[in-house]
Design a protein around this ligand. Structure first.
Ligand code: KG4
Ligand code: ZN
Length: 327
């Protein structure tokens, strides 16, 4: 079964064709980073307009790359219907519904958060497993008992991990989005240069709070003798990764589950991937998303669409900016 996956929840438009929830036939992503850069963040109306023009172009490109003719059709259309920016979600949904009507092919809505983990897990990663989703908008640690039954163990009470990276990058003048720049500089710095207080939330061992750490970076940089940017990045990254790994290991012990699936833009972080490799060396089973599918993409939507559809749980898309994980 070939699924067309469409993504337009934030600032990336993406299209992909995936066979049987695992084999990518072709994919395309159009990033809007340049359009939003002057504003230092995503401007919703601008994003929606860009999705409207990008999706048809991406589709042409994907059809060409897959070696498909203009009359070739997928078996199913899967489109992100939340969470995200409502106007951007609705642009993708309108496009998907139009295709569905013109082609007489069914269309279903897909949860963007579930999809971020599914692109790592694929159809074969065993349950139960822990899922760590770290993106620009979300930070979640979940225990997935089975495909459609999961338990939220912890989430951020303020900034998402990717958002904290972006804010630290802005403080250092590294541009937007800043995650990749901080990651790169961190590799050249000394992670012990600055001793930050480990971020935690009293009484909630799996919750995450990053606003204090961000403020600590701000005061450090405003101080009389700010450390080199690379040392700040390395120390910040070390603090964040220590915090995440501590939660993973604790959950592994508490729930007797040494299996982890990672997802979201921050899953591209080299330091985080190295830490997950270290867990593997320590006996954990881990599923990492391919580097090309950490940031928002169409492959993850097609893969999640396949899982939902084959379980008989497909529903028409209905844009929901606040859709929760597993909903
Ligand atoms: O998953 P994603 O594309 O968007 C959301 O659904 O939120 O994630 C984007 C986030 C941004 O905050 C970006 O700075 C962060 O992922 N990111 C990284 C890296 N690459 C992207 N953060 C840390 N290290 C990276 N290498
Ligand atoms: Zn995302």
């Amino acid at each position: 079964m070939i699924v067309l996956g469409l993504e337009s929840s934030c600032d990336e438009s993406a299209v992909a064709l995936v066979r049987d929830g695992r084999t990518v036939l072709a994919e395309g992503v159009a990033s809007q980073v340049a359009a939003h850069q002057p504003y230092g963040g995503v401007v919703p109306e601008l994003a929606a307009r860009h999705h409207g023009s990008a999706l048809p172009l991406l589709q042409e490109q994907v059809w060409r790359d897959a070696g498909w003719g203009a009359d070739d059709r997928p078996d199913l259309i899967a489109v992100t219907h939340g969470p995200g920016l409502l106007s951007s979600l609705n642009t993708g949904i309108a496009w998907a519904r139009g295709l569905s009507a013109a082609w007489q092919v069914p269309v279903i809505g897909v949860n963007h958060l579930d999809a971020h983990l599914q692109v790592a897990a694929g159809p074969d990663f065993p349950f139960p497993h822990l899922g760590l989703l770290v993106s620009g908008g979300h930070t979640l640690l979940v225990l997935r008992h089975e495909p459609f039954r999961s338990e939220l163990l912890g989430e951020t009470i303020d900034d998402a991990v990717g958002e904290a990276y972006d804010k630290v990058a802005r403080l250092l003048g590294l541009g937007y989005p800043g995650g990749p720049a901080v990651d790169k500089l961190a590799a050249a710095g000394d992670p012990r240069a600055v001793k930050f207080t480990p971020p935690q939330v009293k009484g909630r061992p799996y919750h995450v709070s990053l606003s204090g750490l961000k403020t600590a970076v701000l005061y450090l940089l405003r101080g009389a003798h700010p450390p080199a940017a690379a040392d700040v990045c390395a120390s910040f990254q070390q603090t964040v990764l220590d915090m995440l790994v501590r939660r993973i290991v604790r959950a592994g012990e508490e729930y007797g589950c040494r299996r982890l699936c990672l997802g979201g833009g921050v899953a591209a972080n080299r330091g985080l991937r190295a830490r997950v490799e270290a867990l593997r060396a320590g006996g954990w089973e881990a599923a990492l998303p391919p580097l090309a599918n950490c940031l928002d993409n169409g492959v993850m939507i097609a893969m999640q669409g396949y899982v939902v559809h084959t379980a008989g749980r497909g529903r028409p898309p209905a844009g929901n900016p606040n859709l929760r994980f597993g909903a």
